[in-house]
Ligand binder design. Structure first.
Ligand code: ADP
Ligand code: MG
Length: 327
């Protein structure tokens, strides 16, 4: 399981309040999920948590590319052959992913999934892959070749061997859907935390905002800054444990789908915005864009903020963020 840069700290003070926080930690979508709800007793709390788990499992079954029977696998197996009719939910998720690809000029691309895995970040790679191999690795990648037909609700991948995958937005989407479901059931507050991709609503039982900590990626015990979150999502992308250096350049595990080269210069990206799906996609995008272009991009988006920890382990942020307790 990947290490994430967030510690979620939940201060629970039950005295004087009839409401409490109930939390369950489990593995869903191949990742650790911490589902927290505020409820008046444990029976209610666990009932709500169970319905969130059911919702996340439902989404996993729809978007998983490991499950050979999922609609996503059906799309992938029909690449270059035939369009596949899918549920409206999946169709619209792909539609939104394509919008982000256009917005980010292809830095974000769900067809990254067909990339040949020529980079290894486990220490086993001693020389850089050849330029030819790098170029060839992205041959089948390109969101322009994902063809949506709204009238027939079909998805067609134009090239044989093309594949799509939701690794960079699936957890965010699941967090949004679980949150929406619980709000619908009348749950006043909670946090759906998918390994550091999280969405929140309401407040702690003592009326205070939920707090998240931005931690030092190189020393997770050290908090760079505490941030309150109000009815919004916080998503972190980046795994500083997986990288490789060639000629003093640090290459990370997130690969630019346009070039086949790993992103460089960033250890982690955290995005703050209303919904976790968008935050998740933008975190991956900023990683690929790099510090300067990434910050510039985020500063142009209304309601989206970002914190980057760069390769020098320095923390930089978008224009509207005020960092507290910065070291
Ligand atoms: P994490 O897995 O740490 O949450 P991300 O949200 O950035 O980090 O997701 C990384 C995953 O997204 C990769 O493991 C891969 O499945 C997928 N991915 C990698 N690069 C891209 C990209 N450029 N566009 C879309 N998806 C990507
Ligand atoms: Mg992401």
């Amino acid at each position: 399981m990947k290490t994430k840069l967030f510690i979620l700290s939940v201060f629970i003070s039950a005295f004087g309040f009839s409401q409490e926080v109930y939390t369950k930690t489990l593995k869903l979508m191949g990742s650790r999920f911490d589902i927290s709800v505020v409820a008046s007793d444990s029976i209610d709390g666990h009932k709500y948590i169970t319905s969130a788990i059911d919702e996340i499992t439902r989404i996993e079954n729809l978007i998983s590319s490991w499950d050979s029977k999922s609609q996503t696998s059906l799309i992938n197996n029909s690449a270059g052959i035939t369009p596949v009719k899918v549920d409206l939910e999946l169709f619209q998720l792909i539609e939104r992913a394509l919008k982000i690809s256009k917005l980010t000029d292809g830095a974000f691309d769900i067809s990254y999934a067909s990339m040949d895995k020529i980079w290894k970040f486990d220490g086993s790679m001693t020389t850089m892959p050849s330029e030819e191999a790098i170029k060839k690795s992205v041959e089948k990648v390109g969101y322009e070749n994902i063809i949506l037909d709204a009238a027939n609700q079909t998805v067609f991948l134009k090239l044989k061997g093309m594949k799509i995958g939701f690794g960079a937005i699936g957890k965010g989407y699941a967090a949004d859907k679980a949150k929406a479901l619980l709000i619908n059931q009348g749950v006043s507050a909670g946090i759906i935390n998918a390994s550091g991709d999280l969405n929140t609503w309401g407040t702690q039982p003592n009326g205070k905002d939920w707090m998240v900590a931005i931690v030092n990626p190189l020393n997770k015990e050290k908090v760079f800054s505490w941030m309150p979150v109000k009815n919004s999502a916080v998503v972190t992308s980046g795994n500083y444990e997986k990288y490789i250096r060639f000629n003093n350049i640090l290459y990370t595990h997130i690969i630019d789908p346009r070039t086949g080269y790993p992103a460089t210069g960033i250890l982690s990206v955290t995005i703050f915005t209303q919904n976790a799906e968008l935050a998740d996609a933008l975190a991956t995008s900023v990683f690929v864009m790099g510090e300067e272009a990434g910050l510039d991009f985020i500063n142009q988006l209304k309601g989206v903020e970002c914190i980057i920890v760069n390769k020098d382990n320095k923390i930089v942020s978008s224009s509207q963020i005020e960092l507290q307790n910065k070291e």
